[in-house]
Design a protein around this ligand. Structure first.
Ligand SMILES: [Mn+2]
Length: 317
């Protein structure tokens, strides 16, 4: 039996969403593979651990927890993300026996067989990653040369043996110290700064991100087909699919996956309000917005936003 190692970082608040990722991976993973999940644990509660355990009833997998100490990451600059995102800087040291791993964010859902990503040829690189929709802008800001690209760090295929032998962890923490003020997107910027020369570009559908303005003309076709045929969907915007009244693109895929997890099955009534009262919730949001901005009807920006919600692909160039 072949094996796939994945790694996720989460605190207790995000544990249910990590559960959705794991459950959706198991649902689509080829029968030839065993799944081993490594959780960089920022304080997952006993009840959430028990729910994660329950996912084994549908299909067996292994799960290991590595408890993390937030004090070690005290000096890391925080913007809009949780400190848990920095845990992965130590991934090589923590998963000391693992040779290859797929790192995944918690704001994702799998729609296809993860072994396709697992078997991607890294061609001697340390990382495999997908280009970020704002690659060009971020390359300029971080002075990354034209022949490379700025990647989204939400899904990474990592050669951990190379990571360790090339002492990437030291390089990450050294760069963190020296270029702290440049890190607008926290550890994603940091990983890019240290690893952009050793990163292989993977197909967009491996980490499919809806961004209203797309990737520009060169990648338009690949972008469109990654949206209609994603392997993993990544909800990158601030509006997350588990939020009440969320209007995020492809939210239905998320709700469908969420409904198969213990977090839904055990708390149906609460989740019902969260997931399915979308219409009324939207109306309330809308009225609140109108109360704050009574002249919004006259602003083109307002109607652009409405159009984007109703026709998510209308803005593609
Ligand atoms: Mn993310």
């Amino acid at each position: 039996m072949k094996q796939i190692d994945i790694c996720m970082a989460t605190d207790d608040n995000y544990a249910p969403y990590a559960g959705v990722v794991i459950s959706s991976i198991l649902e689509h993973l080829s029968e030839d593979y065993n799944l081993v999940v490594h959780v960089l644990d920022g304080g997952v509660s006993a009840i959430n651990k028990a729910y994660l355990e329950e996912l084994k009833q549908n299909r067996h997998f292994e799960i290991h927890y590595y408890s993390m100490d937030n004090n070690e990451f005290n000096h890391c600059p925080l913007t809009y993300l949780s400190i848990a995102t920095y845990y992965r800087l130590k991934i090589g040291e923590i998963l000391s026996d693992v040779r290859r791993v797929i790192y995944l964010d918690c704001d994702m859902v799998a729609k296809g067989d993860l072994s396709e990503i697992w078997n991607f040829d890294l061609q001697g690189n340390i990382l495999g990653a997908v280009e970020d929709p704002l690659s060009a802008k971020n390359m300029q800001r971080l002075k990354i040369e034209k022949q490379y690209f700025y990647f989204n760090a939400g899904l990474l295929l990592i050669d951990l043996e190379k990571w360790r032998s090339e002492k990437i962890q030291n390089r990450l923490f050294d760069t963190l110290k020296m270029r702290k003020d440049e890190l607008k997107h926290q550890d994603q910027d940091l990983l890019n700064l240290v690893l952009y020369k050793q990163t292989c570009s993977m197909p967009l559908r491996f980490n499919s991100q809806y961004f209203p303005y797309g990737y520009g003309n060169a990648k338009k076709q690949e972008y469109l087909s990654s949206l209609t045929n994603p392997l993993v969907i990544h909800y990158i915007m601030a509006d997350k699919p588990w939020k009440c009244g969320s209007v995020v693109f492809r939210r239905r895929d998320y709700v469908r996956a969420f409904k198969k997890t213990p977090w839904f099955l055990k708390h149906k009534s609460k989740c019902f309000l969260q997931c399915f009262m979308r219409g009324p919730a939207l109306l309330v949001e809308f009225l609140k917005y109108w109360y704050k901005h009574p002249i919004c009807w006259f602003k083109p920006k307002f109607w652009r936003k409405v159009k984007q919600i109703i026709f998510p692909l209308a803005f593609l160039r």
